[in-house]
Design a protein around this ligand. Structure first.
Ligand code: SAM
Length: 480
């Protein structure tokens, strides 16, 4: 057979991709090969290897020890998460799932709840549930709560156990959330209150490890969250995981996945329920082909909401609605970063979107590089400088972050988010007078805007909400 140019390297990378798939279930072949190479480049420098290829060789030699596998996991996984990520899902979990479970357990006198947040990353998802439980259970001390967060990345788990977060973790929350549940530390970080931290615990669990999954099968969990991870797996791996999650749930237990992961095929063993814009899955007999549920479930597809006695399971489920058929789980679809050359050819808008997406995924080095390209293309865009400041603050580079926010404010003096970020930075540096001046400016700017308007790049936070946050912050610093 004629030699294929670059054939040896191709074989090496295909082999490395298949080892990664076996070890972690992650699909990093084909169009995602650049992601694999980037990750192995990062792992190589930590393993003392010359480059990504050397790391790929070590990987396929199967000589990686446990510590090496941990390093690899740390570089291959994506840590995009934040508190109450997907507000609709959390609202549905609180209003329909947790409330129902609590009510039912109170009735039977069995004050226990078992919840598993699989692929919990740095813990924001798990603690979001802990916060909801604390709100729903005034007598939480009398309950036996097992709230477990697991992940394959040991570094993420360490952050989760510490409960210390940067600004980026709060991007999906209402303004007073941080003030209520966290205490500010030096360097712009925030530590979660011990009362909430105590509710959750964390452990290492690789969803591609069949023995570990088997250990969870008799779990008897009431609720499992497995969000934004199945999409990174091969479909065979995703099926194995879903089967194990099914086994880990008690009958009528709930499963929450991300909306983009919804799939009739993959979750065939569950009933799918649309609930206030979120999809939840429930263990139990699936509806038949005509969309009606089996008799014992008592929930014909189009049942009017109020025909069931209040408080029954059927009443509860009828208040949700069956979803339209959803398409099968799409092929894993993490965006493949375009090569630098391709990126240079992108319109500025696309570069800006990419910088935001990279920051969302906490790929901060890449986000910063992309943001710099954005600034190179459009030096006077205040949003670019503001994002740069956010990224720098997240990576702990406060002086440069501060300069970036100043630049953003210089270009757009009415920039509320840059002003707020700068005020918070000033506070962490102990410069209360400067912070106060920025807070006052922000309040003056907000007064000129309609209270219900959403602020740009503020994760759906309204003018009214931000006004109340800034007032709280001023009270906290005694600047009223
Ligand atoms: C994008 S984050 C999702 C975090 C959180 N569930 C959420 O939705 O915000 C994906 C997480 O899956 C984890 N992960 C990837 N492969 C895994 C595996 N084989 N076993 C367990 N966790 C894995 C990563 O470490 C990362 O924390």
């Amino acid at each position: 057979m004629p030699a294929v140019p670059g054939g040896e390297a191709t074989v090496l990378w295909e082999h490395a991709g298949s080892v990664v798939e076996r070890l972690f279930g992650l699909h990093l072949q084909g169009e995602r090969l650049p992601d694999l190479k980037r990750s192995l480049r990062g792992a190589a420098s930590e393993l003392g290897l010359s480059d990504a290829e050397a790391c790929a060789r070590l990987l396929v030699s199967e000589k990686l020890d446990d510590a090496g596998v941990e390093i690899l996991a740390s570089h291959l996984t994506i840590g995009e998460t934040y508190f109450f990520r997907d507000q609709e899902a959390f609202a549905a979990l609180s209003a329909h799932v947790l409330s129902e479970l609590i009510e039912q357990r109170r009735r039977t006198g069995n004050r226990q709840l078992r919840i598993w947040s699989a692929a919990c990353c740095t813990g924001e998802e798990t603690y979001s549930i802990a916060i909801q439980l604390q709100q729903l259970l005034p007598d939480i001390a009398n309950w036996q709560i097992n709230l477990l967060g697991t992940d394959v990345n040991p570094r993420f788990l360490r952050t989760a156990a510490e409960g210390v977060y940067g600004q980026w973790s709060f991007r999906g929350t209402s303004p007073d959330f941080r003030a209520r549940h966290f205490r500010q530390l030096a360097g712009g970080r925030y530590v979660l209150s011990p009362t909430i931290r105590r509710i959750a615990h964390f452990a290492s669990l690789n969803l591609a490890d069949e023995a570990a999954l088997a250990g969870m099968r008799d779990g008897d969990f009431d609720l499992v969250l497995c969000r934004n991870v199945l999409m990174y797996f091969t479909s065979a791996q995703a099926s194995k995981v879903v089967e194990a999650l099914h086994g880990s749930l008690r009958e009528e237990g709930w499963l929450a996945v991300a909306p983009c992961e919804a799939s009739q095929t993959l979750f065939a063993g569950f009933r799918a329920l649309h609930c206030d814009g979120a999809i939840l899955y429930r263990k139990g007999p699936a509806p038949d082909r005509h969309g009606s549920a089996p008799k014992d479930a008592g929930i014909p597809a189009a049942m009017p909401v109020r025909t069931h006695p209040a408080g029954t399971r059927a009443a509860h489920e009828a208040s949700l609605r069956f979803p339209k058929p959803v398409t099968p789980l799409p092929a894993p679809r993490r965006a493949t970063p375009p090569a630098k050359a391709q990126e240079a050819a992108l319109p500025v808008k696309a570069i800006a979107a990419r910088a935001r997406a990279l920051a969302d995924q906490r790929r901060m080095d890449e986000a910063l590089a992309c943001c710099d390209r954005w600034i190179a293309a459009e030096k006077l865009d205040p949003a670019a400088h503001c994002l740069r400041g956010m990224i720098l603050a997240e990576t702990g580079n406060m002086p440069e972050a501060s300069a970036a926010f100043e630049r953003s404010l210089y270009l757009a003096p009415d920039g509320v988010m840059a002003g707020l970020a700068l005020a918070n930075l000033e506070r962490t540096r102990g410069r209360e007078k400067h912070a106060a001046r920025h807070y006052r400016n922000i309040l003056a700017l907000l007064e000129r805007l309609p209270p219900d308007a959403d602020l740009e790049h503020a994760e759906g936070i309204s003018v009214r909400q931000l006004t109340s946050l800034v007032r709280d912050l001023m009270v906290a610093g005694d600047h009223t």
